[in-house]
Design a protein around this ligand. Structure first.
Ligand code: NCD
Length: 308
């Protein structure tokens, strides 16, 4: 049974196919309005979410399917001590596909080993978030027209930011990619991502604490929130949370065609006065996420049918 746990579970050809389907859905939504008739998505969210959960649910509804699930662990039997394995064995009896978010790294993988239906990782702890990456990739393709020869700056909480880890993995497979890592010392990219992805794939990268010094070099600036919920103490969070605030003045040195991205939610990292700037792409990412999730649901359900 095909699941999506890590973005590298999809080949670059498959990502191109998903992008083609998403673009076709954007152009011809009616064609897909009944594609998932009588199919059910279970959205199992053990952690807070706005965009990811609602975009999965909107995606399934727009495909003519329906949705069951829960949006907090407290309202599921997890609160009684049920294991992830037992939860998904149960849900496999009711639904056709699962989208799962969980605070523990690896939980969606465990789910995929125990479910008899496809499982989509909707974010596992500080680890991965492959469907945010699909949203990011469609945005990059639509804004830049290519995945090759781009310099991408990742700024903020590179340690716990799972969207950063997944997008770096995805971009490492394209030609001529350069990565600029902008973070405080304490929130640097984990060495497993540096060693297993950047070094292994010979991707040139630099590390800095100063956004101002590098902003002029970037094609894409990927801002992130400091991940409060993954900190061990509040003091550290308070000290680090406002390290980077993108304001119009900081954009003076940026390129005219810079693409400013953010997986959202934003707390303070991007001033709202930047929202009107044509370079701001973060609300486009939100919409693109729904179309890529539609394309992904279609693909995984089709493959699941072929397994029967
Ligand atoms: C991200 C996440 O959950 O990792 N949000 C999202 O899904 N768009 C980013 C974040 O929470 O900071």
């Amino acid at each position: 049974m095909r699941s999506l746990i890590n973005i590298l579970d999809l080949s670059t050809e498959e990502i191109d196919e998903l992008i083609d389907v998403a673009n076709d859905i954007i152009d011809h939504p009616d064609k897909y309005a009944e594609s998932c008739k009588r199919k059910k998505l279970a959205s199992l969210f053990f952690e807070p979410s706005t965009r990811t959960r609602l975009s999965f649910e909107a995606a399934m509804l727009e495909l003519g399917g329906s949705v069951i699930g829960f949006s907090e662990a407290q309202s599921s039997s997890a609160a009684k001590g049920e294991s992830v394995a037992d939860t998904v064995k149960t849900v496999s009896c009711y639904a056709d596909i699962i989208a799962m978010r969980h605070p523990k790294e690896g939980a969606p993988y465990v789910a995929s080993m125990n479910a008899s239906i496809p499982v989509i990782n909707a974010g596992d702890g500080g680890h991965n978030h492959p469907t945010q990456t699909l949203a990011d990739l469609l945005t990059i393709k639509r804004e830049k027209g290519t995945f090759n020869n781009l310099t991408i700056g990742f700024c903020g909480d590179l340690k716990f930011g799972r969207t950063v880890h997944s997008l770096i993995s995805a971009m490492s497979r394209y030609e001529g990619i350069k990565v600029v890592l902008i973070s405080p010392e304490e929130l640097k990219l984990p060495s497993y991502v540096k060693n297993d992805v950047l070094k292994k794939k010979n991707i040139p990268y630099t590390q800095t604490t100063s956004l101002e010094d590098v902003i002029g070099d970037l094609d894409i600036l990927y801002m992130t929130r400091v991940q409060r919920e993954r900190f061990f103490n509040e003091e550290d969070y308070l000290r680090l949370k406002d390290t980077y605030i993108l304001e119009p003045k900081k954009l003076e040195k940026a390129r005219e065609d810079l693409c400013i991205m953010h997986p959202l939610p934003r707390v303070n990292e991007i001033s709202v006065s930047i929202d009107k700037d044509p370079r701001a792409c973060y609300f486009k990412q939100v919409l693109n996420g729904k179309y890529m999730r539609m394309a992904l649901i279609l693909k995984l359900l089709k493959e699941a049918e072929q397994c029967i």
